[in-house]
Ligand binder design. Structure first.
Ligand SMILES: *Cc1c(COP(=O)(O)O)cnc(C)c1O
Length: 363
């Protein structure tokens, strides 16, 4: 079996060119006589890899100079604790509940201070997004947390909320784990954004944090040193050993993104891929997506067979057609197609062709 189209939600599909380059460089990186995973993180070879990766990411995402880029570990879930440890200063925090991931963030933050619900789409089964004008943000909140793209429920903020326009001076915290680098970011609206790498940037093990400088340096006394943004920033993300190999691979992904037109071009491709899949789902008599049209995710597309007794047959046929990891998350059921940056349009075309065929055989 050759390489399949992989629709996993994460760890997820990687650009093939990146895997090939990593394979070619595996034993001897650029004549150094070492694999990247054998290098000291303080040696000049790895420092050059790290600096290139950071510079490329800053350029790609147009990160302003007054934001720090931190390469951390622990994943999105660890940041659910690390963000309140660094930003809450013991005060209250506000959360907008739009699906499983923001619910998890709320619950974890509650261990470190009062965590409030500013708005929730739970009554809609997380198929809509609460309009920012309706959010009940506390007057003295330390920050407002949103999940930019809910990987499980398939809802996405296509525009980041403008908290200042809502009369709120607190920073916006965005979990962008599953749509980072899929579209440009309006940093004027962001205080901090974090995400695990394994959806859209590279291998698991690397966690990206991009944080406005003035928010650094206020960690609670019991914040673990390795998770104190100030210590991490002051040590160029090398307070402790960073996930060197994951940073290297993410760096190759950043170069791949630059070669392919950067983030704006990627966004156009992502729009086209998502449109193709949603248009088919909306025209189908067998398949359906239940998310309100204006907040459908371009990265994660949950869908259902109206006849659920066909689920197993659908997945078996998909596998035989080299379309992998389409089973939905257990909390939502059904199917889910994750179509991150590295998924070519040919993969979505193959999926739609398979679904069309599958639907026909039932007619
Ligand atoms: C995957 C994911 C997480 C969790 O990431 P881990 O690396 O498993 O901790 C958090 N938030 C979102 C939106 C995700 O998609």
């Amino acid at each position: 079996m050759g390489r399949a189209f992989n629709f996993s939600a994460g760890p997820a599909i990687m650009p093939e060119a990146v895997l090939q380059q990593a394979a070619a460089e595996m034993l001897d990186w650029h004549g150094s006589g070492m694999s990247v995973m054998e290098m000291s993180h303080r040696g000049k070879e790895f420092i050059s890899i790290y600096e290139q990766a950071e510079a490329d990411l800053r350029e790609l995402l147009a990160v302003p100079a007054h934001f720090k880029i931190l390469f951390m570990q622990g994943g999105g879930l660890a940041e659910n604790a690390i963000v309140p440890l660094n930003l809450s200063q013991g005060g209250a925090m506000d959360f907008v509940l739009t699906g499983s991931w923001s619910q998890k963030s709320l619950k974890e933050a509650g261990k470190y201070g009062p965590a409030r619900v500013a708005a929730s789409a739970q009554a809609d089964g997380f198929t809509t997004l609460p309009a920012p004008a309706t959010w009940q943000i506390g007057a003295h909140t330390r920050y407002v947390h949103i999940c930019g793209n809910e990987t499980i429920h398939g809802v996405e903020f296509h525009e980041l909320p403008d908290l200042k326009a809502l009369g709120c001076d607190a920073p916006l915290v965005v979990d962008f784990s599953s749509h980072v680098a899929s579209r440009p970011v309006d940093w004027s609206r962001v205080g901090l954004a974090f995400g695990g790498a394994q959806k859209n940037l590279g291998p698991a093990g690397l966690t990206l944090v991009i944080v406005r400088e003035d928010l650094i340096g206020h960690a609670l006394p019991h914040c673990p040193s390795a998770f104190d943004y100030k210590l991490v920033a002051d040590n160029q993300s090398m307070y402790n050993t960073p996930p060197t190999y994951s940073i290297y691979i993410a760096g190759l992904v950043f170069q791949w993104l630059k070669k392919n037109g950067g983030i704006a071009a990627m966004e156009q491709r992502n729009i086209a891929k998502a449109q193709l899949l949603y248009d088919f789902l909306d025209s189908s008599s067998l398949f359906e997506n239940r998310v309100a049209k204006d907040c459908r995710s371009r990265m994660n597309v949950p869908f259902f067979l109206r006849d659920e007794s066909r689920n197993e047959a659908f997945l078996a046929g998909a596998k035989a057609a080299n379309l992998l990891q389409l089973k939905g998350h257990k909390t939502v059921g059904g199917m889910r197609a994750s179509i991150y940056n590295a998924m070519p349009i040919e993969g979505v075309q193959a999926l739609v062709a398979y679904m069309r065929e599958f639907e026909k055989t039932l007619a």
